[in-house]
Ligand binder design. Structure first.
Ligand code: BTN
Length: 253
């Protein structure tokens, strides 16, 4: 924690050598009443998980595998935007530590070109009284070489080391991510989504591009025009109609 510039996020850090998934540990801690801003970090995850029930490759000591517990006092419909806020925070943190400019693919993949360097998974913990906590899972590929990735993701994954040509200090990057998360989540809570929407769009790899959106029932193709105040992607199809996309896999064409 030495060198940490935050007041809340990361003031309590659970540091583990190994666990199944930091998401599982964070859910457990949140249930036991862990305070707002608690972070769980693990060197190795044996069952790292991604969005849409996918597996997340989380090799030992080479990335940042971390989950943050947040307890914002906001109505439930304002929670999904935290994923977008986290993406902005991580892109900014990567920029300040490595000088690299990453971009965000809606909703929250962080890319270099078409290759993914970071994934974010936001889960809610709720009970009969409402949402008790948000668990924001962040996986950053930091020091992997190409052969460190599982064969099936080698062509679609990258790391900060591969992009910058040199190893990156993980401790510094964790501290900067926590710092940026605090800045931007506070901004969202105090000023609403408008300033964040602008920042998000500024880093976006999706807006203005032709994309294919695969949803559970249908696939739509069109131009991604922007996001709404609720973080919904606006897709204009060839017939001129604008569709609101809440959840999809986006492919840049
Ligand atoms: C995605 O892009 O699908 C999201 C990946 C999220 C991975 C992180 S690593 C830390 C945390 N623990 C997990 O099991 N998953 C998230």
């Amino acid at each position: 924690q030495a060198g940490l510039k935050t007041k809340k996020i990361g003031q309590r850090i659970e540091y583990l050598e190994q666990c199944a998934s930091t998401q599982i540990v964070a859910h457990q801690l949140a249930q036991e009443g862990a305070p707002d801003g608690t972070a769980v970090i693990s060197e190795l995850q044996t069952e790292g998980r991604g969005r849409l029930m996918r597996k997340w490759d989380s090799a030992k000591g080479q990335g940042i595998w971390m989950s943050i517990i947040l307890r914002p006092e906001l109505p439930p419909h304002k929670s999904p935007q935290f994923t977008l806020v986290a993406a902005v925070a991580i892109v900014r943190a990567i920029q300040s530590v490595t000088g690299l400019d990453a971009s965000i693919k809606w909703p929250n993949d962080i890319l270099f070109g078409t290759k993914k360097a970071t994934g974010i998974l936001t889960e809610l913990q709720s009970d009969a009284d409402g949402i008790q906590a948000l668990i924001i899972g962040i996986g950053v590929n930091v020091n992997q070489e190409r052969e460190d990735f599982d064969a099936e993701v080698q062509d679609i994954a990258t790391s900060l080391r591969l992009e910058s040509g040199q190893p990156v200090n993980r401790r510094k990057l964790v501290q900067e991510i926590l710092h940026c998360l605090e800045i931007y989540t506070d901004m969202y809570i105090e000023e609403g989504f408008a300033p964040l929407k602008e920042l998000w769009e500024g880093h976006s790899a999706t807006i203005g591009k032709a994309v294919r959106a695969r949803m559970s029932r249908e696939t739509l193709e069109g131009i991604a025009e922007g996001i709404t105040e609720d973080g919904v992607l606006q897709l204009r199809t060839a017939d001129g109609k604008v569709h609101g996309i809440y959840s999809a896999d986006i492919e840049l064409k």
